[in-house]
Structures are given as structure tokens and as C-alpha cells.
Design a protein around this ligand. Sequence first.
Ligand SMILES: Nc1nc2c(ncn2[C@@H]2O[C@H](COP(=O)(O)OP(=O)(O)OP(=O)(O)O)[C@@H](O)[C@H]2O)c(=O)[nH]1
Length: 612
Amino acid sequence: MADKPTKPEQHPADIAREAFRRLAARRIAPTPEAYREVYDEVAGVHERSPAETILADLAAKLAKAPGELPLLAHRFADALKTRDWDSYGKQLDQLIAKHLIPQQDNVRCETPPRQVTDKPSMDVKDEATPASKVGISLAEDVEPVPRPKLSIPLVDDIKPLQARKIDIPLVDEPGPARTRPAAISLVDEKPLQEPDDAEQVPGTPELHFNDTQMTRTLREMLVRALTLPIPALLQGAPELTRESEALAMAIGSTRSRAALTELEPRFKHFCFKVEMKSGDMAEERELLLRLFRLLIENIGELVEDDSWLSGQIANVQEILAGTINYATLVDATSSLKEVIYKQSLLKHSLAEAKTHVKDMVLTVIDRLGTAASTTDEYHKKIEIYSKKISAAKGAAELNSIIDHVMHDTRIAQIEAQRSHDDVVAARQEVQAAETRIHELEVQLVQMSELAHEDQLTGSLNRRGLDEVLEREMARAERKKSPLCVALLDLDNFKKLNDTHGHSAGDGALVHLVKVVKDTLRAMDVIARFGGEEFLIVLPHTELDEAVQTVTRIQRELTKQIFMHDNQRLLITFSSGVALWRDKEGQTTLIERADAALYKAKKAGKNRVIPAD
Ligand SMILES: Nc1nc2c(ncn2[C@@H]2O[C@H](COP(=O)(O)OP(=O)(O)OP(=O)(O)O)[C@@H](O)[C@H]2O)c(=O)[nH]1
């Protein structure tokens, strides 16, 4: 309750009465000192204490301020004059609520109703939650009481990251408050004016952040990010890793906000490059995975007869079809290892079967040899017996000789039969082994046919070519980029074969592919189209560029001469080049290239002709 102001011309008795009334109202014991003070107050002659002087100064300064503040200053002065601290406290609350705590963009502090006390206070802390500390540590507070949300404007120091505001969740959400860290959100892209000496945010005496400290913290965070996690993620890009480290050093050596701000464009540029690189890396990863899946598919086809292997391959395919992460890749690898192990067993059994056949053949030869020598011995014995029979003198002697003949003949017969049986058994074993070898060889041939690489030249085979063309056409359509193919056919290849032998022809094919691969870009692909014909796929290439590229290969072939048996053999080729037309199929595209190739041959060979 407010005491009424008194007039100085009042009668002393009235003043004394009023002084006693105030003492009673304020529940102050009527000691001489207290009476004296209140009497002076009523009479308006009291001396000001140092605290009152400060408060009076404050009121005087507010009186000169713009807006509503002079009105408040007037009320302060009145309250001071009458020492009405209750009223002073209320005015002070008003000053804080209306002018010191920004309502929306600045600090919002929705505290429970505050007890107005006799003492004026600048403290805006939530008195209902005394353990609360205003600052980043608030969210770590153990107090389970609901708390207001503070939104504190941060100026200046975090300008390099275009940060304006830190939101600290003070409102209880489900879960204990101690487990939730302070959430910091960097918002508002607008650059900020930065007062260099801003140690405090004006108007938020209890809630400000120390700018210098914030700069340091930000700098440390940036340096840490650029030194450890970012280089770890950029392992495939050494130049970006170096740049990250250099940027970290540059940021680490800044000593002022201005210096840090100067690095902003460089930092932004670096972020842009990292973003681009990560896009590339994702694409490379995708390509690698596609290759991997292709490989698995092919192995799957190879082993379709073997239910165990097929099951394993299906497992690997299933793993790869899902989300790819470290664990799934480890799974796929171990399953593949099993498959590879089985494949090696297959090869091993093929080698074993071949050895077995060799052993069988040796056994047969051995048996035949034994049989032959047995027969030979038998013949010699028969000759001896016939001589003995001629010279025999009596029946008894003859009988004895015939017994011997019969005996030896029986032995020879048994031996012959055994040899015959052995030979028949060996022949059956050889046939079984041959069948097994044949089966295994068929499997191995299938393996090489189903693979995507041509065994002789190392270029892609038709199967690989189909997939590359399909992929490149899809990409060309998606990116609206040109795509060319060039069909190459070695000139007079039959003559080369006839003159220098088939191996020279083979060597020439290998040499051609090597020269083509050395001359082309990494993204270009060469595939063996059949015999001495090759198809080159040139993505992102216009027709005239493709013709130039193929002509360059021709020049390279004359420079890098093919050597066979120490002879320099000049090999040339003719080529037809076609630019893929939107929606055109593989067959039509290659047919157009083939027609151009035909023209090149007709026109005298060793030339490149673009398709219509
Ligand atoms: N050495 C070897 N020769 C092969 C291979 N594939 C196909 N050939 C031979 O390549 C020759 C192609 O002969 P042709 O089609 O008459 O072509 P050419 O002699 O090059 O005549 P032009 O194309 O008109 O210059 C045939 O003799 C095939 O046997 C292979 O892998 N190795």
C-alpha cells in the first residue's frame, strides 16, 4: 500500500501523528531512530542514503530518455520522494517488462507470476525455479519443474555462420531434463552489424553471452570439424583433404571476429566443393555396386545346377538388394567367399578327373603290355612243347608234355581274361572320367561365355557391350547428352592370318585393343563385336568429335607398330561412326554404324566415315 505524500507546511503535531501512523502501517518498532527517519520523511526534510541517491540518478537519466521512459522516471521520482518502495518495485517491474526484456525477437521469459517485494530488483531469473541458471547449461538442470523457453538473440560473433539466435529449450518435454542438451539453432541468413566491443547484449543483463568466448568456441568447433571428421570422410579426395586442413589452420590462427569473417567466402567455397565431391563419390559408389551386382548375377547363372551355390548367390543378391551399409557388405563378402571356395573345389575336381584319366590310360597300357608278354611267353613255351612232342618216344612222355601244355594254356587263358577284364574296366573308367571332364569343361566354358570380358583381348564381349550400351543410352537420355558408337574392322585381316599365322592375328587383335584403351578416355568403352570387329562407345561425344577420336586411334596405330616374331606389321582398320538418336534402339544404331563402315571399306579402307 502506498503512503500518501505530505505537505511541508503541515503542523508538527500532524507530522508526528502521520509518522506514527506510517510506523504502524509498516510494522516498524517506534524506536527514536525509526521515528526520526519517518518524521523527516513526512516533513520532506530527510537526507538521502547512497542507495536513494543512485535511484534518484537513475530516475533523472530516465527522464531524459525518449518515449515512455520520462513518464516512468516521474513515477520513480515520486516513489523515491515518498520512499514508497512498493510502488518503486512495481515501476521497476514495468521498466524491465516493457523496455528491458524484448517481447518477441529478443528474450522471452514466460515466468510464473512474480512476488512483488519491497526491494527493487534487476534479476529476471525465474524465482519459481531457483535452481535454473540462465544460459546454455539450463537444459542440463536437474530440476523437474516446468520451465519457460528462452530465446536469446545473439549478435556479432557468430556472423560468419550467419547465426542470429540460440534457442534453448527450457520447456519440459517428455523425459528428464538432464538428458537433453541445449539445442542450438543457427537461423536467419541476414548478416549482422557487429559492435566490436559488445561484451553484453544490451537489455539482457542476466542472459547475455560473452562474444569473445563464443567466437573462440565457434572457431574451435570449425577447426575440429575441418581437421578430424571432414578429412576422414574425404579419403578419396586428397586435394580436398589438404584444403580442409589448410582451412582449419587458417581459421585456427584467426584472432578476431573480423579475421574469421574474412574466411567466410573461402569456407563457403570449400563447402560447395565438398558437396560436389560427395555427389561424385555417391555416383562412383553406385557404379561400383552395380558392377558388383552384375558380377553376382553372373556367378548366379553359372551355378544354377548346384542348389547350394544357387542358394548362396541368392542370399548375396538379397543382401545387395537392400540398404547397403557396412554390415550388409560384410555379409555379402563372407557369402561370396563361400561361393569362391566352392568354385575352386569345382576346378580342383576337374583337375583330379583329368589326372584319373591319365592314370587309367597308363593302367590299360600296362595291362596290355602284361597281356602281350604273357602271350609271348606262352608262344615260346608252345614252340618248345611242339619240339618235345616231335621228339617224344612214348605215350607216357607225350601225356606228360600234353599235361604241361594244358596247364600253361589255362594259365595263359586266365591271364588273357584278366587282361581283357582290366582293359574293359579301365575303358569304362576312362569313359566315366571323360564324361565328368566334359561336364566340368562345359561349365567352365559357360563361365567364360557368361562373363563380360573377351578372353583374348580383355575388351568387353557382346554381353558386356549390351549392358554398357543400355546404360549409356539411358544416361544420354536422362542428361540429354550426345552419345556415339564407332564400329571398327581390321583391314585385310585374313591376309595377315594367312601370311603370318593365326597367332599373329591374335596378337594384332590384342595390340589394337591396347592402343584403343590407351588413347580413349576412362569413360569410353571398347567391346569385341565379333571376329576382328570392335565397337567403341563414346559417351558425351558429338559426331565430329567421335570421328576425330577414331582418327586419332588410327594415327596411334601407325605410331605404335605391332611387332610379331621381331617383324613390324602395320595394321589398319576402317570405321563407321554413328550418333545415337533419341529413343533409337541398339540394333538400329549399330546397323547405321555398320553401313558407314561398309562405305569406309568400299572407299579404300583405313578411313573413318560418319553415318548419315
Ligand atoms: N587370328 C584370328 N583371326 C580371326 C579371329 N576372328 C576372326 N578371324 C579371322 O579374320 C578374318 C576376317 O576376314 P575377312 O572377313 O575376309 O576380312 P578381311 O580379310 O579383314 O578383309 P576386309 O575386312 O575387307 O579388309 C577371317 O580369316 C577370320 O578367320 C581371331 O580371333 N583370331
